[in-house]
Design a binder for this molecule. Structure first.
Ligand code: AMP
Length: 290
């Protein structure tokens, strides 16, 4: 495995591979890797000849009250996980490499979609995500990019950005990997105490209850939101920030649920903010949640 923090080295390595028509798969991450990340790497390996993983905790996508300063890191463990998973190139740039002098003037604004759903509660977040991803995609070059549906809006936003800017990348959305009790794997789960960790499983249980209500014929977004909220509300240690029902392709709020739809939750457990979601399929009465 090649490990580098240099955009120039990364480009040189990948240009050499492309001379032999090698297909490149790319998994952008913020590190502190877990099995959710590994599932993206495995999928990228199946589909491509060369797999690149990036690890970069991107200051641009964190708000002033977010956890940038305490975001978990373990570069040695991440290196070992990547090596074991068969990653070809591990790209771990410094902030100076990505933002020389500590900042850049250019920003990628994804437009109104960045202010919906999760974006409403995290102003500037998706511009920060879009900016760093365009930089990373430019460094990696033409490739398939593997992203988790755990961050559902991130996938939708980046599909729009790559299409709008004609970037030579294809976004591949991959299923969320969960702990045995349903909690979506996340680097932030490390923040949870044992008691909080136990409580956190209610988020997925609530989303499943919402999907079951839909599968039984409920198409009113307000009712689905109430079902999800009431399940989470049973655990006093979990505070809901939002429960959102949105179109799966454009994230617009539906009047009546039809077609691809996603139910999303953000909740605080102690100081830890967790997000999760579940997709609904357009199969009223008979459908199974995706
Ligand atoms: P992060 O390091 O949290 O920025 O995540 C990097 C990538 O891994 C993103 O595309 C995430 O959506 C994806 N990811 C994070 N958690 C999971 C999970 N539990 N299952 C699948 N993909 C995930």
């Amino acid at each position: 495995m090649i490990a580098t923090g240099s955009i120039e080295d990364l480009r040189a390595s990948l240009d050499a591979e492309r001379k032999y028509s090698k297909r490149v798969g790319f998994v952008p991450t913020m590190g502190y890797l877990h099995d959710g990340h590994v599932s993206l790497i495995e999928r990228a390996k199946r589909d491509n000849d060369v797999v690149v993983v990036s690890i970069f905790v991107n200051p641009l996508q964190f708000g002033p009250s977010d956890d940038f300063d305490r975001y978990p890191t373990d570069p040695e463990r991440d290196h070992a996980i990547c090596e074991k998973a068969g990653v070809d190139i591990l790209f771990s740039p410094s902030v100076e490499q990505m933002y020389p002098g500590g900042a850049i003037s250019t920003s990628v604004d994804p437009g109104p979609i960045a202010n919906l759903s999760e974006g409403y509660y995290r102003p500037g977040h998706f511009a920060g995500v879009a900016t760093v991803c365009v930089k990373l995609f430019s460094a990696v070059g033409p490739c398939r990019v593997y992203m988790g549906k755990k961050d559902y809006q991130q996938v939708v936003v980046l599909r729009q950005v790559t299409s709008d800017l004609s970037l030579p990348v294809e976004i591949v959305a991959c299923e969320t990997v969960r702990e045995p009790d349903g909690l979506a794997m996340s680097s932030r789960n490390k923040y949870l105490s044992a008691e909080e960790r136990r409580a956190a499983a209610v988020i997925h249980r609530a989303l499943v209850a919402g999907a079951e209500a839909y599968a039984s014929g409920e198409v009113d977004p307000g009712v689905i939101k109430r079902v999800v909220s009431s399940v989470i509300g049973q655990d006093a240690s979990v505070t809901i920030q939002y429960v959102d029902v949105a179109g799966g392709n454009d994230l617009m709020p539906p009047v009546v649920i039809s077609g691809k739809t996603v139910v999303s939750v953000a909740a605080f457990i102690g100081h830890t903010r967790l997000i999760d979601n579940i997709e609904l399929e357009n199969q009223v009465g008979t459908g199974q949640p995706a």
